[in-house]
Write a protein that binds this ligand. Structure first.
Ligand code: G3I
Length: 458
C-alpha cells in the first residue's frame, strides 16, 4: 500500500428498512417507485438532495420560507459562512446568521452545504491586509474554528472556493492566499478534515463545468490530492449559465471524469439566465446530467425566487418573484422524476480496511408506517450516519428508528433525535411527518457504522 495514501475512506451507503410487519428484517432500498411532487422528494427518490442557497435575513419572509420548507432538502448559506461574516475581527467569531440557517435546515431535515472556508473574495478587511505566515496562520485558525463550530452538522464543506484562474493558462488564481505558498489548498483541506472528520470536503469553482483549461487544472489537482492522500471528497461545479456561458455539451462527461477520480461531484450554485422553454430545457438538461452520473449526489440552485438571485435581472431561478413555479421548475421536476440511476455506495480507493460497499435494491415504501434510509460518512475508526425517516401513505405522529452496530462500535452523540443506545426516537419538533414526507436525524460514532435500520411509526 502506498504509505502516502490516506487511511481515510469515505463512502455514502444508503440502506433502508421498513417497519411494516410484512417486511420483517432489514431490506436495503434507495428511493421510491412513485414520481414525487417536490424537488426534494423527487431527488431523494434517486438518492440525491436538491438544495438552494439561503439568505438568513429572508427566513422571516413567509413566501420564501414556505417554498424552502416544501421543496428543498439541502441549504447553502449564500453569504453567512464566508470569512467576512464569520470572523469580522481577527479571532472574534460571529456565527449568528449562519446558525439561524443551520437551525432552519435542521427543523426541516435538510442537509447543510458549508460555503466557503477559504476564498480570495469576501475576506474581512483585516485578512485582506495580511500576507505570508501571518495570513497562513490566520487561514488555518479560521478553517479550524469555523469547521469546529459546525462539526457534525455539515454534509459537505466548500473548503476552498475559486482558486484557479480563468482563461487558458491552467494556473492558480493570483491572490493573497496563493502568495502564501502553493500548498495553501491542501493545508486548508487537511485542517478541515482534522476539525470535522464527518464532513465531505469539496473544492468548488465556476467555469469548470465543461472540459477546458481551467477544469483540466482542477482535475490535475484532484488527481494529485488523491494520489498523495490529501483529503478531498467532492468537487463542486457552480454552474452559473447564461447565453454567453451556456450549459456545455460535455457537462455530463466532465462530471463523470471527475467522479472517476474517486470523488463525489455536486452541482453547487445552479442558475440559468433566460425564460420560458429555452430556460426550462437547460434546467432539465442540467438535472439529467447529474442523474446520469452515479457520484453526482446533489444539485443546489443559487436562490429560490428570481428576485432572490445575485443576478435577478436575468431571471435565472425556478420560481418567479412572486414565488410561482416557472416552466423551469416543472422541467427540473420532470427530469428528476424521469431519473433512472441511483447513487450507489461510492468508494474512495484509498483505504482497503473499510467495509465493502453495500448494494441496494429499491422496494418502494408502501402502506402506512415509515422507512429509514442511512447515509454513512465513514473513515477508519469512526463514522457519521445521517438517517432519513420517510412516512408511508399516511401521516405519522412519531417514529423510532433502530440500528444494528457491528460489535465494538458505539454511538457517541446524536442530533435531532432522542437516543437510547442504538434506538432513536423523534424529538418534539420532528415527530409529525406527512404522508410521503421526510425528516432527518443523525448520529456520530466510533468503529464501523450501521448498514441497516428499522423504522416504527406511532
Ligand atoms: O449585507 C450588505 C448590506 O448591508 C449592504 O447594504 C449592501 C450594499 O451593497 O451589501 C450587502 O452585502 C451584499 C451581500 O451579497 C448580501 O446581499 C454584498 O455587497 C454583495 O457583494 C454580496 O454578494 C454576494 C456575492 O457572492 C459576493 O461575492 C452574493 O449575494 C452571492 O450570491 C455571491 O455568491 C457567489 C458564491 O459565493 C461563489 N460563487 C459565485 C456566486 C455568485 O457571485
Amino acid at each position: 500500500m502506498d504509505p502516502h495514501r490516506s487511511p481515510r475512506r469515505r463512502r455514502v451507503l444508503a440502506a433502508a428498512a421498513t417497519g411494516l410487519a410484512a417486511a420483517a428484517g432489514a431490506v436495503f432500498a434507495v428511493g421510491t417507485a412513485d414520481a414525487a411532487s417536490t424537488l426534494g422528494a423527487s431527488a431523494a427518490a434517486t438518492g440525491r438532495y436538491f438544495g438552494t442557497a439561503v439568505a438568513a435575513y429572508k427566513l422571516s419572509d413567509a413566501t420564501y420560507s414556505g417554498i424552502l420548507d416544501r421543496e428543498f432538502t439541502s441549504v447553502t448559506p449564500e453569504n453567512e459562512m464566508k470569512w467576512d461574516a464569520t470572523e469580522p475581527t481577527q479571532g472574534t467569531f460571529s456565527f449568528g446568521s449562519a446558525d439561524q440557517i443551520v437551525a432552519q435546515a435542521k427543523a426541516i431535515g435538510a442537509k447543510v452545504r458549508g460555503h466557503a472556508l477559504a476564498w480570495h473574495s469576501q475576506q474581512p478587511g483585516w485578512a485582506q491586509n495580511l500576507s505570508g505566515t501571518a495570513l497562513r496562520n490566520a487561514m488555518v485558525n479560521h478553517v479550524t474554528q469555523v469547521a469546529t463550530h459546525y462539526k457534525g452538522q455539515i454534509d459537505s464543506w466548500d473548503v476552498v472556493n475559486e482558486a484557479f484562474a480563468d482563461g487558458g493558462s491552467g494556473a492558480r488564481r493570483d491572490s493573497n492566499l496563493q502568495r502564501t505558498g502553493n500548498d495553501w489548498i491542501e493545508v486548508a483541506f487537511r485542517t478541515a478534515r482534522a476539525a470535522d472528520p464527518g464532513a465531505k470536503l469539496c473544492y468548488n469553482d465556476y467555469n469548470t463545468d465543461g472540459q477546458n483549461a481551467k477544469s483540466n487544472a482542477v482535475y490535475a489537482m484532484v488527481q494529485d490530492f488523491k494520489a498523495r492522500g490529501v483529503p478531498i471528497d467532492c468537487v463542486g461545479f457552480q454552474s452559473h449559465f447564461n447565453s454567453a456561458s451556456p450549459l456545455p455539451s460535455d457537462y455530463q462527461a466532465n462530471l463523470q471524469r471527475f467522479a472517476n477520480l474517486g470523488v463525489d461531484v455536486q452541482i453547487t450554485e445552479l442558475d440559468i439566465e433566460g425564460s420560458g422553454t429555452a430556460q426550462a430545457n437547460s434546467y432539465a438538461a442540467a438535472v439529467r446530467a447529474c442523474l446520469a452520473v452515479t457520484r453526482c449526489n446533489g444539485i443546489t440552485v443559487w436562490g429560490i425566487r428570481d428576485s432572490d438571485s445575485w443576478r435577478a435581472s436575468g431571471t435565472p431561478l425556478l420560481f418567479d418573484s412572486s414565488g410561482n413555479k416557472k416552466p423551469a421548475y416543472t422541467a427540473a421536476l420532470d427530469a428528476l422524476n424521469g431519473g433512472t440511476t441511483t447513487p450507489t455506495t461510492p468508494t474512495t480507493p484509498t483505504t482497503p480496511t473499510s467495509p465493502p460497499p453495500t448494494s441496494s435494491s429499491p422496494p418502494p415504501p408502501t402502506g402506512s408506517g415509515c422507512t429509514a434510509t442511512i447515509s454513512l460518512n465513514q473513515w477508519n475508526g469512526g463514522f457519521v450516519a445521517t438517517v432519513r425517516v420517510t412516512a408511508g401513505s399516511a401521516r405519522i405522529g412519531g417514529w423510532t428508528v433502530g440500528v444494528t452496530l457491528p460489535s465494538g462500535s458505539a454511538v457517541s452523540n446524536s442530533w435531532n433525535a432522542q437516543a437510547s443506545g442504538t434506538s432513536f426516537s423523534n424529538v418534539a419538533y420532528n415527530g409529525s411527518v406527512n404522508a410521503g414526507a421526510s425528516t432527518e436525524f443523525g448520529f456520530q460514532g466510533t468503529g464501523t457504522g450501521p448498514t441497516a435500520a428499522s423504522c416504527t411509526a406511532r
